[in-house]
Design a protein around this ligand. Structure first.
Ligand SMILES: Nc1nc2c(ncn2[C@@H]2O[C@H](COP(=O)(O)OP(=O)(O)OP(=O)(O)O)[C@@H](O)[C@H]2O)c(=O)[nH]1
Length: 328
């Protein structure tokens, strides 16, 4: 469960054969109770677990929407069915749902579905997108498979698998390439399913600033972390975010962070492409949080302009003393 009482949803993605099921099996062996698992039917290897649901991917592209505005009807049905069964006592209480996508699926429609369904958005909260990446094949897959690049960009946590088989240099190259595509993702190296704690619903996505260095100089994608000297004006922030997404939506790949808006606890922000998840208001600051911040992963947008325009909006919204700075 998240602090807001919703069931945490972890999306497990990764190319065909990259080790999703191996990681999931290892996780369930240690954390099985209360974890429901949804797996795409096609090609999935069974996981021995009483809360597993197999689904056939059924996507509906919403009118006028781009690919990430696709509603996964299969997930809506399956998640609502899980809730019904839990409520009627046919299933034990569910604390977490892990959705293992098919190897070529884009994780963003899963997040879109969770954030836009009127029932699901109150019952489930996205915790993290975890992506497995096969160290042996990563270079070629990243080069040739757009799905793999999309998965890495959407990831909060990349688990580099098969490191027992791949030479050390291949693992290093793999980490570097992930860093270029997604400077804020956490990276874990794994062999035979270890590192499965990446699936734990600890809100690893937004708890703190990423532990590793950001943006390599020639990265096509840029990341910037912004810090603030004072609480933000929440309505002004909403207007600014709406305008940013309206103007540059396709180039805003990810926004995540914890915002001080003057309440006792912060607001958790989570935007995947232009899918804005309902902000979660926490009752208190997490013990390991280090102040208010926002991380932006963007393509072709000057980070200084993001900071300037946000500061201008905040000042216009009544926060005359607010300053926005880029964190190192
Ligand atoms: N040596 C080694 N083998 C691994 C590792 N991770 C996964 N494998 C093997 O790789 C193969 C594919 O792993 P799966 O866990 O089924 O991969 P998947 O991503 O679930 O595959 P699909 O569902 O087909 O997309 C299996 O034979 C695993 O045993 C690893 O870290 N080391």
């Amino acid at each position: 469960m998240t602090s807001g009482g919703r069931r945490a949803v972890t999306v497990l993605s990764g190319f065909l054969g990259s080790g999703k099921t191996t990681l999931l099996r290892r996780y369930l062996a240690g954390h099985g109770a209360g974890v429901a698992v949804i797996i795409n039917e096609f090609g999935a290897i069974g996981v021995d677990h009483h809360l597993v649901r197999m689904v056939e991917e059924q996507s509906v592209l919403l009118q006028g929407g781009c690919v990430c505005c696709t509603r996964r009807e299969d997930l809506v049905r399956t998640l609502r069915d899980l809730l019904d069964q839990e409520n009627s006592g046919k299933l034990p209480p569910i604390s977490q749902v892990v959705i293992e996508t098919s190897g070529i699926a884009d994780p963003v429609p899963v997040l879109f579905t969770l954030g836009t369904d009127p029932v699901l958005q109150h019952q489930f909260a996205p915790a993290a997108v975890v992506v497995t990446l096969d160290a042996l094949n990563a270079a070629a897959q990243i080069e040739r498979q757009p799905e793999v690049r999309k998965q890495i960009i959407a990831a909060d946590w990349v688990v580099v698998t098969k490191t027992d088989l791949a030479p050390f240099e291949a693992v290093s190259r793999c980490r570097m390439r992930v860093r270029q595509l997604n400077p804020t993702a956490r990276i874990t190296v794994s062999r035979l399913g270890d590192g499965s704690d990446a699936l734990a619903p600890t809100r690893g996505a937004v708890r703190g600033l990423p532990p590793e260095a950001p943006a390599a100089p020639h990265s096509e994608v840029q990341s910037t972390a912004l810090g603030f000297n004072a609480p933000l004006d929440w309505p002004a922030f909403g207007v600014w975010l709406g305008m940013l997404l309206q103007a540059r939506g396709p180039d805003v790949l990810r926004i995540k962070g914890l915002l001080d808006i003057g309440d006792a606890g912060p607001v958790v922000m989570n935007v995947a492409q232009h899918v804005v998840h309902p902000p979660e208001h926490l009752a208190a600051w997490p013990a390991d949080a280090d102040g208010s911040y926002l991380v932006f992963i963007t393509r072709g947008i000057d980070p200084a302009r993001i900071a300037d325009s946000l500061e201008t909006f905040q000042r216009a919204g009544g926060r005359a003393d607010l300053s926005v700075r880029e964190l190192a």
